[in-house]
Design a protein around this ligand. Structure first.
Ligand SMILES: NC(=O)C1=CN([C@@H]2O[C@H](COP(=O)(O)OP(=O)(O)OC[C@H]3O[C@@H](n4cnc5c(N)ncnc54)[C@H](OP(=O)(O)O)[C@@H]3O)[C@@H](O)[C@H]2O)C=CC1
Ligand SMILES: N[C@@H](CCC(=O)N[C@@H](CSC=O)C(=O)NCC(=O)O)C(=O)O
Ligand SMILES: [Zn+2]
Ligand SMILES: [Zn+2]
Length: 379
């Protein structure tokens, strides 16, 4: 029996308040309004950013909320005016929308889209309301995606159709971690052939940066992580060197790297969210041309600092959101790269969990041997 146009009763992992485990609840999901799509979520990854928001450190964090932004699902129904999606399409929700009409999308300079970002940041759909209720209370959306739910509703600008061949259990990682890191190297930094690179933080994002640096022909890819267990996997993803800052207790890590590379690196990447690491990453860049890309998300109130002289003398500090990737225009080519064996995705999935055990996925993420935990939301 079709559920089109009806309220769906299903399960979701609700974050009632910060710092508390998620609670699997029966919720109601309203039908999609105009230019919205209701999606049955099959799989979701758990990203460090979900944990960051749950920790209460996110200045945009609102509760109660359904978190999750690294999902893969199938279109259940579409709202009025939706022409791009049909029931049954395989889709990935996009926390970085692409409307192709706004000032940002038309600029040709950024993948950031202005169409829904303001309401998204307040946990609402573009009409300033929510499609989720639980126990009679409205529940906020998260990053325009809310993939920790059996059904979610997203704006049609916040969704991309993908090839139905690959398993969504793997493809969901293109919804954040893999795309973010790979794109930061290939789109934001545009790492050049033969260049030297260093990546701080070997989680899903940092390993994906390494993969992007290798794809672009970097001659040296130095992986930096405080966890020595990350060396093996970093090398599998293209790292040529591994440095653990704990092995150099008396020397700033930027000095270690400058000494290793005849004056510093062409490109560095922060994939930790630690503002001290961001500074070290900038200062490890080569005088005159080195570029440091900030990817990590720092807690509310944190600020970055360095001596202005670092910039005066030619180092460049840049940021990257969703790897600079335009979700609708470019996701197809990333999926094709995956299908052609040019982009590793499967290798990131180190842990899998049933939906009822989603809190264990958060525990695994903090365990030190997890790259990505993927949760089966519906079969
Ligand atoms: N800009 C964007 O679009 C996006 C940003 N992000 C952000 O990117 C960051 C990385 O995400 P993700 O890969 O999922 O996170 P992970 O936690 O999986 O990876 C971070 C890695 O950095 C290591 N680390 C911590 N401190 C240091 C340090 N001082 N020096 C070197 N390594 C260190 C961690 O080690 P240990 O585990 O031992 O602490 C861990 O291995 C997060 O801040 C996340 O919020 C994520 C996706 C998109
Ligand atoms: N809400 C946060 C900002 C968090 C942030 O920087 N998010 C990244 C994506 S993180 C994915 O895992 C991003 O793309 N930012 C661009 C954007 O438009 O949000 C805060 O207030 O600190
Ligand atoms: Zn993420
Ligand atoms: Zn736009």
């Amino acid at each position: 029996m079709s559920t089109e146009g009806k309220v769906i009763h299903c399960r979701a992992a609700v974050a009632w308040e910060a710092k508390k485990p998620l609670s699997i609840e029966d919720i109601e999901v309203a039908p999609p309004k105009a230019h919205e799509v209701r999606v049955k979520i099959h799989y979701t990854g758990v990203c460090h950013t979900d944990a960051y928001t749950l920790s209460g450190s996110d200045s945009e964090g609102v509760f109660p909320v359904i978190l999750g932004h690294e999902g893969g699902g199938v279109v259940e129904s579409v709202g009025e005016g939706v022409t791009e999606f049909q029931v049954g399409d395989h889709v990935i929700p996009l926390y970085t929308a692409e409307c192709k009409k706004c000032k940002f999308c038309l600029s040709g300079k950024t993948n950031l889209c202005g169409s829904v970002r303001a309401t998204q940041g307040r946990g609402l759909m573009p009409d300033e309301t929510t499609r989720f209720t639980c126990k009679g209370k409205p529940i906020f959306h998260y990053m325009g995606t809310s993939t920790f739910s059996e059904y979610t509703v997203v704006a049609d600008v916040s969704l991309v159709k993908v090839d139905p061949k690959p398993s969504l259990q793997k493809l969901c990682l293109l919804g954040c971690g893999v795309t973010t890191g790979f794109g930061a190297a290939t789109r934001t930094a545009k790492v050049t052939k033969g260049s030297t690179t260093a990546i701080f933080g070997m989680g899903c994002v940092g390993l994906s940066v390494a993969q992007g640096c290798k794809a672009n022909g970097a001659s040296r890819i130095i992986a930096i992580d405080v966890n020595p267990k990350k060396e093996k996997i970093a090398r599998e993803f293209g790292a040529t060197d591994f440095v653990n800052p704990k092995d150099y207790p008396d020397t700033p890590i930027q000095q270690v790297l400058v000494d290793m590379t005849d004056g510093g690196l062409d490109y560095t990447f922060d994939c930790t969210g630690n503002v001290n690491v961001m500074r070290a990453a900038l200062e490890a860049c080569h005088k005159g041309w080195g570029e440091s890309i900030v990817i990590g998300v720092a807690a509310a109130g944190q600020e970055i600092s360095t001596r202005p002289f670092q910039l005066v003398t030619g180092r460049v500090w840049r940021g990257s959101a969703f790897g600079g990737v335009k979700g609708k225009s470019e996701m197809g080519s990333l999926v094709q790269d995956y299908l052609d064996g040019k982009l590793k995705v499967d290798e990131f999935v180190t842990h899998t969990f049933d939906f009822k055990d989603i809190n264990k996925a958060f525990d695994a993420m903090h365990s030190g041997d997890c790259i990505r935990a993927v949760v089966t939301v519906t079969k």
